[in-house]
Design a protein around this ligand. Sequence first.
Ligand SMILES: [Zn+2]
Length: 456
Amino acid sequence: MSDCQFTAEYFDYENNKNTPFRCREVALDTGFCMFHDEIYYTKNKQEVLQCFMDKLKKAIDNNEVLRCVGYNIPEDVHLTNKRFSRPVYFSKARFYGKVYFTDSHFHKEAYFKDAIFYDKVHFGAVNFHQEANFTEANFQEANFRQAIFHHKAYFFEARFKEAYFIDVNFQEANFTEANFQEVYFREAKFHSKTYFLEARFKEADFTKAEFGDDTTFENVVFEDQEKILFGVEELSKVSFINTDITRVRFGEVVWGKGKDNRYKVIDEERFEEYFEKFPGQVTLGDVKTIYRNLRENYEFRLRYEEAGRFFIREMELKRNYREFNSEGNYKIKRNGWFRRNVSLAGLYYHLSRYGESLFRPAVLGIMIVSFSILYWSMQSNPSTLQPSFIYDGVSQLGNSTHLGKALERSVADSFPFLSLGSAVVLQDYIIKSLSFLSFGLLAIALRRKYERKFRH
Ligand SMILES: [Zn+2]
């Protein structure tokens, strides 16, 4: 009798290093044991299953490490409500039947790297007290409902056909490059850093999920965006940088913390934090793209009010910063006061919030008319062709004919559709052009508010 020839490497948690796995099971004629021989388990399912269960029971009863690296497990296994007090190694194992770990506790690490589950697997209400490693694991239907990961959860490059992470509690979770056909993270709580970097989702439901710490969906592919649901309250710690989210469904989401920052994405916060020291970290373009994406998304859903907020944030970035190349290096600079406030963008911002405000141009218009009335009534003759700086008309403010003349001139000066009289001076033209400006801005804002509502 000799040992099975199967060899593999696994990460040994007790020695903290990659360790060669040597199978101590008795070899069959083929040189492999019943778990590792590629044919035997297909023909002797009950026997293989029984031996597996015996092995498992022994490990549990004696608090032993369970090493089932590369095992073929041909039938359903019921491991409900078990307590694994030492690390468990199922890397490269293949589960052909259903697997039930429901309500079990893994007090030490659970290592399922590269495992393949050909049928349903139930990790419902399982407690992973230490690291759980499902790197590159392959799932058909994975049910982790109400599981608790007390430690890190690795699902790096894992593949899921159907996955239920409903009401699961995660600490640090890494789903980098994972692939989901259909996944439910409803009411999942991500308490620590979470990575969905470069993951791929066909359908996903994050309804009522809570992201308590930095979470990244950077470079993610949402294949069927109409079926990607983020009906969550808050995404203030979630980044969608370099990810197309133009058709993803967002609920009444708060995007940023703080009173005036409801629509400020975390990437803008990061941009502000890093742009001086590490300008490549989060580029201005990246953040603007997110706002453009969100604006498009909200407009598509007819949520114009909010779309406008994202538009303002994007324009604010344009007004406040500029990109340039210095000796071949990408740099970002915050514009000075003058450029921020007196430039075209600055005036557009102050006078109408980039065409999103009706209030501001209306106030501007009222101010212009009021100023005009005041100005002409202060002249000794409001119809004068030679306005002076003496303002001796003040004494006639009680005279209604005098005021009437001032009013008449102001109306002609201020309203774009009324032509100026024949007797005009420079001041009339100045008032006329300023009021043109306020009317123009008002028109833009009105158009934004009403016309686009009928676009779809
Ligand atoms: Zn073996």
